[in-house]
Every structure is written in C-alpha cells, then in structure tokens.
Design a protein around this ligand. Structure first.
Ligand SMILES: CC(C)=CCC/C(C)=C/CC/C(C)=C/C=C/C(C)=C/C=C/C=C(C)/C=C/C=C(C)/C=C/C=C(C)/C=C/CC(C)(C)O
Ligand SMILES: C[S@@+](CC[C@H](N)C(=O)[O-])C[C@H]1O[C@@H](n2cnc3c(N)ncnc32)[C@H](O)[C@@H]1O
Length: 407
C-alpha cells in the first residue's frame, strides 16, 4: 500500500509534490521495478472491459464489482447529492419535518413548490437518508436529516459551500494557481491580509459567525477528551467569538479564561462573556498572533482549527510564540481535523485539501507532520489523545521542552 502511494505521488502529481513542504517528514518513494510491473499488470486488468464483465458476472467477484461500481458512482455524483442537501437546507425541509410526518400536499404548500417538484425532492432526500417514508403517503425526517437538526452548524456549512463549489468549477485551473481571487479567499480575509489586525468587523464577521455556529462539533469532543480541571488558566489562541471558552467554563468552574483573536472578533467575544455571566473570569485580547505578544499567565493554550489555515513557516512562528509564554509544566492542545484520521481520509486529503487550496493558504496535516512542527518549535512529549469523532477533531497535546531549547 505504502509503495503504491509512493508510485502514485512521484512524477504524476506535480502540484502535490511542489506544495509539499520541506519542513515535513519525507515519504519513502522507494518503488522497485517488480512492484511497478505488478501494479501495471493489476491496473491493466482492472481497466479491461472484458475483465470487468467477467468480474461482474462471476458469483465470487460480483459483490466486489458491485461495491466498486457504487463507490465510483458516488464519487461521480457527489456534487448532485450535495446540491440536494443544499435544497433541503435552503427550503428548511428538516425544520418543517421536525414536528411530524407530512403528506406531499402539505409539504408542497410549506416548501412553496409544485407537488411534482416536492415529490422529486422528497424521493431524492429519502434515497440519501435525509428524509424517510412514513406509511404510504407521508414523509418524515431520515436519520441524517435528524442529525443535521441536532448539529446546527452543519446547515450553515452546507449553505456556505456555494462559495467552495464556485471556486471548484475549474479544479485544474485552481490547482495550477490560475484563479486570481477565489470566493473563499474573500470570505476568509485573514490569510491574505497585509495587516490582519486592521481587518474591519464586516470583513471578519461572516466567517466568524460560521465558526461560532459550528464550534459545537468541536468543543464537546475536546472537552470529553481532555480534563481541563487540572489547569488554572486557559488561553484560547484564535478563539473566535468565545464559544469554545464558554463551553469549557461550564465544565471547569475555577478556570481563568483568556481569548486572543483579531480586534473586532475579540470585541464580540467580550460581549459574549458578558452575556453569559463570565466577565469576572474571562477576558478577550485583540491582536495579530503572528506579530503581537500573546497574553501571559496561562498554563494551558488551545489552538482549535488554527494551524491548518497556515503554511509551515507561519505555523512555526505561532508555535514558538505559544512556547515562549507557557510555563515548564504547561500544555498546548492542538485540535483540528487531521489528514490521517482513520476511516476519514477523504475528509482530510480531499475535502480540507481542496478547501484550503481554494482558500489560498494552509493544508491539512497528519499527526506526524504536526508533531514534527511542534518539535521544531520547542515542544516535546507530543501525544495524540483519542477523540469521539476524529473525522472533525483530532487532538494533540504537547509540553514545552525542558530547558526551552528549539531544534
Ligand atoms: C434510534 C434509532 C432509530 C437508531 C439508533 C442507531 C444509531 C445509534 C444511530 C446513530 C444516529 C446518530 C447519533 C447520528 C449522528 C450523526 C451525526 C452526529 C452527524 C454529524 C455530521 C456532521 C457533519 C456532516 C459535519 C460537517 C462539517 C463540515 C462540512 C465542516 C466544515 C468545516 C470547515 C469548512 C472549516 C473551516 C475552517 C478553516 C478555514 C479550515 O479553518
Ligand atoms: C478557523 S477560525 C477558528 C476559530 C475557533 N478557534 C473555532 O474553532 O471556532 C480561525 C480563527 O483564527 C483567527 N485568526 C486568524 N489569523 C489571526 C491572526 N493573525 N491573529 C489573531 N487571530 C487570527 C481568526 O480570526 C479566526 O477566529
């Protein structure tokens, strides 16, 4: 498997190879001639229409052939499925179904669609598990539709995908770097800003609201994985509008809380801390984490969904700044989707790989790549902590290296 990955990466993937960082651990490109010949033989066989016909007919290979065909069809049709989900979200179908099953006639009125269009949408939604048939003539929520209602940030994510899909309309041009300004790079204003700290509220507000809405995915999983009660003072760097700190505050009532983010976002966080009665033990500081000093005094620092936004050189600047404010017994928590989350490889490599390409900065990293950067920045004892849903949140904990040396 490793050898096959090596052969697929070398020579045939110029964009991927050139984007790979010199700071990252190297993959082995060792690939013997015999292995090459075996893979060439296998690829030729799999690509042969005669073999495909045979494998689809032979009883022992038929289930494999069906599963492969279905998997490939799903990759081909992924955009169509996403747009059906988008229609359900736009038309508020899940909210409408949340108070019980409805007939096509009822739904047609509530969705403001013709009965035929309503039926087409509902049948598609049933096939995707978003809705479910209830008896002969009614429709209710499917398991995935109900899950979306229980994770409010998902609907907002689905709506903002319109920007991503517009940027992906010509993926080869995106890979070649031919698009001057993508929609996602306008939405996420900070990576390309000359002075991030000078960004205005209307430039940061939309992404910040999306992050606040989707923080629930992340916050509860981190809280379930790490015992914050062992610490005195948590600094959340790039903490957005304070949703994560507010969640931790409820679980660790003695913890002092500080948030650091761009000035207009720190203002929103302060308003939130006041609104939820946290102002006595939580404060928010505005600034640029690449240029300004980080607030002192914390014994634990969190970087939630931060590092994957930035290229390696900037990540090192930020990690060194965190290293410099932590006491010797302090801890750094790095929480973000990781490229090698078992069973969720397409989330890292495909979704976030292309999302961040369209955004114009950063890349998803494996736990090993993050560990390498953490060690270069003066951290040690880097440990992967299991989380409930590694699909969205992987967690690494690192300790400052004794003696403060950096490699
Ligand atoms: C009782 C019965 C009938 C059955 C029992 C069987 C059973 C136990 C069923 C399980 C049902 C269940 C609990 C389902 C739960 C489903 C859940 C939790 C689904 C969650 C889905 C989450 C999704 C789809 C998340 C999507 C997230 C996205 C797209 C995130 C994007 C993030 C971005 C773009 C971040 C950007 C930040 C940046 C720029 C990279 O820094
Ligand atoms: C992807 S969001 C994550 C927000 C939050 N941690 C979460 O998980 O919801 C990245 C955050 O980093 C902040 N940020 C980006 N560049 C920054 C900089 N140079 N200085 C301070 N904050 C910055 C953004 O404003 C944003 O709130």
């Amino acid at each position: 498997m490793k050898i096959f990955e090596g052969s697929a990466q070398s020579g045939r993937d110029p964009a991927g190879s050139s984007a790979r960082s010199a700071l990252s651990p190297k993959r082995s490109d060792a690939c013997g001639t015999i292995a090459d010949q075996l893979f060439a033989w296998r690829d030729g066989l799999l690509g042969s229409p005669r073999f495909q016909r045979w494998a689809s007919a032979f009883p022992l290979t038929r289930p494999i052939a069906r599963t492969q065909a279905r998997a490939l069809f799903d990759v081909c049709a992924g955009f169509v499925y996403s747009q059906i989900l988008f229609a359900c979200v736009q038309l508020r179908l899940f909210e409408i179904l949340s108070d019980g099953p409805k007939t096509i006639e009822d739904l047609s009125i509530r969705l403001a669609l013709s009965p035929a269009a309503t039926e087409r949408l509902l049948e598609a939604a049933v096939s995707l598990g978003l809705a479910a048939r209830r008896g002969k003539s009614r429709y209710g929520l499917g398991v995935s539709g109900a899950a979306i209602l229980g994770n409010p940030g998902v609907a907002e994510m689905v709506e903002h995908h319109a920007l991503l899909y517009a940027d992906l309309a010509d993926p080869a041009a995106l890979l070649r770097g031919e698009l001057n300004e993508t929609k996602l790079s306008r939405f996420w204003a900070y990576p390309r800003a000359e002075s991030a700290a000078a960004l205005k509220s209307d430039e940061v507000g939309p992404y910040s609201a999306l992050m606040a809405a989707s923080q629930a995915f992340v916050a509860h999983d981190i809280l379930a994985a790490w015992r914050f009660k062992q610490h005195r003072h948590l600094l959340d760097v790039g903490g957005g509008e304070g949703a994560f700190l507010a969640t931790v505050a409820a679980a660790a009532p003695h913890l002092r809380l500080t948030l650091f983010d761009l000035p207009p976002i720190a203002v929103k966080a302060r308003i939130k801390f006041d609104a939820v009665g946290l102002s006595a033990r939580a404060d928010a500081v505005g600034g640029d984490f690449f240029k300004d000093p980080l607030p002192q005094g914390a014994d634990v620092v969190s970087l939630n969904r931060i590092l994957h936004d930035h290229d390696d050189a900037r990540v090192l600047v930020l990690l060194r700044a965190v290293r410099d404010i932590l006491p010797p017994d302090g801890a750094l928590l790095v929480a973000e989707p990781m490229a090698d989350a078992p069973g969720a490889e397409p989330v890292g490599a495909a979704y976030f790989g292309f999302y961040l390409l369209a955004m114009g900065s950063g890349r998803p990293r494996t736990a090993e790549q993050l560990t390498h950067l953490l060690k270069m920045a003066g951290f040690d004892a880097v440990r992967k902590v299991p989380t409930r849903r590694p699909l969205m949140t992987g967690l690494l904990v690192a300790r400052p290296r004794k003696g403060g040396s950096r490699s």
